[in-house]
Ligand binder design. Structure first.
Ligand code: DAH
Length: 337
């Protein structure tokens, strides 16, 4: 066989066996490169005589063109194969159910707080803000809490200096509001409070909502009516509400308010410690000394106040027996609400 036919045969055989692009590139260099077999054939033309040259040249050129075309065809074929393989790897089944994005939601404590706020906003109250860092005067003195009262003890209060503390209750907003706002006053004030206390039902930081109403001719009847309405809104129309005499330095008379147990309906169970009742909040008519402290005349103006612990409400409602769960940021716990 002559060299052109030999090379043509080689090219055919080799090309069939090529399965990837890098082998194809080696193939191109081997035949069409500067020192490639076909290029060498063209160079060897000088050794031929005049008559042979045109025929030989045409055959080599034809072969060269043919190999180039085959190369392009092979390259396209290999690229298509690679792409088809890639596509199969990355196939997306659009009929599968989608993954829903992780939506956050309000913390259970915030949820209860907002429920309480909504009820009072609907009754015409406004929401007031207080300070978490307070002075002795607004947290204790102005609220008629005497110097030797146990709640001032180091055991209960986080003192910052002799005079400054982080508030132990939201009642500290009462006199702050009365000092700057003219009656009639009708506010609630939700927020964080702090006490040196830490066990399954006490956290050093927890939340309260304070309520304060100041106007002419406010009676205990107004207090009873307001809180009964509020508690039935919060816990259900079927709840019984009970007012028990109690003592707070800043109210006179004072009471604690219970609702019939929402687990057993009043028959008695573990949740209500077999009393049928659950204590919800503290309240009373604003003490005349508190009114005098902000320059009001107790003969002219009066009012009522109440304070409610949010964690307690959330724990009772959701059957949670460890207050610390609220503040550990464990998503498995929080996602349930
Ligand atoms: N400040 C009280 C506490 O932290 C709760 C309270 C009781 C608030 C009676 C009041 C009230 O406004 O009238 O235990």
């Amino acid at each position: 066989m002559d060299p052109i036919s030999t090379i043509a045969q080689e090219v055919k055989d080799e090309l069939e066996r090529i399965t990837d692009l890098s082998a194809l590139e080696k193939f191109r260099v081997k035949y069409l490169g500067k020192k490639g077999a076909i290029t060498n054939l063209l160079r060897s033309m000088g050794t031929l005589n005049k008559e042979e040259r045109p025929v030989f040249g045409k055959r080599v050129n034809d072969l060269s063109k043919e190999v180039e075309e085959k190369l392009i065809a092979k390259e396209t074929e290999l690229k298509n194969k690679a792409r088809a393989f890639q596509l199969r790897l990355e196939t997306v089944d659009v009929t599968l159910p989608g993954r829903s994005p992780n939506l956050g939601h309000r913390h259970p404590i915030k949820q209860v707080m907002e429920e309480i706020e909504t009820i009072f906003l609907n009754m015409g109250y406004t929401v007031a803000e207080g300070f978490e860092v307070e002075d002795d005067y607004h947290n204790f003195e102005a609220l008629n809490i005497p110097k030797d009262h146990p709640s001032r003890d180091m055991q209960d209060t986080f003192w910052i200096t002799d005079d400054v503390l982080i508030r132990t209750h939201t009642s500290s907003v009462q006199t702050r509001i009365m000092e700057k706002q003219k009656p009639p006053i009708r506010i609630i004030s939700p927020g964080r409070v702090y006490r040196c206390d830490d066990d399954v039902t006490h956290s050093p930081m927890f939340h309260q909502v304070e309520g304060l109403v100041i106007d002419k001719d406010i009676t205990f009847g107004d207090l009873k009516w307001t809180l009964t309405l509020f508690l039935k809104e919060l816990f259900g129309e079927e709840r019984e509400v009970r007012f028990r005499p109690s003592y707070f330095p800043f109210t006179e008379p004072s009471c604690e308010v219970d609702v019939s147990c929402f687990a057993c309906g009043g028959k008695g169970c573990r949740l209500c410690k077999h009393t049928g009742w659950i204590e919800i909040l503290g309240s009373g008519l604003v003490h005349p000394n508190v009114l005098k402290n902000v320059g009001y005349d107790p003969k002219e103006l009066g009012g009522f106040a109440f304070g409610i612990g949010i964690e307690r409400i959330a724990m009772l409602r959701y059957g949670i027996d460890d207050i610390r769960l609220f503040f550990e940021s464990d998503m498995r716990f929080l996602r349930q609400f």
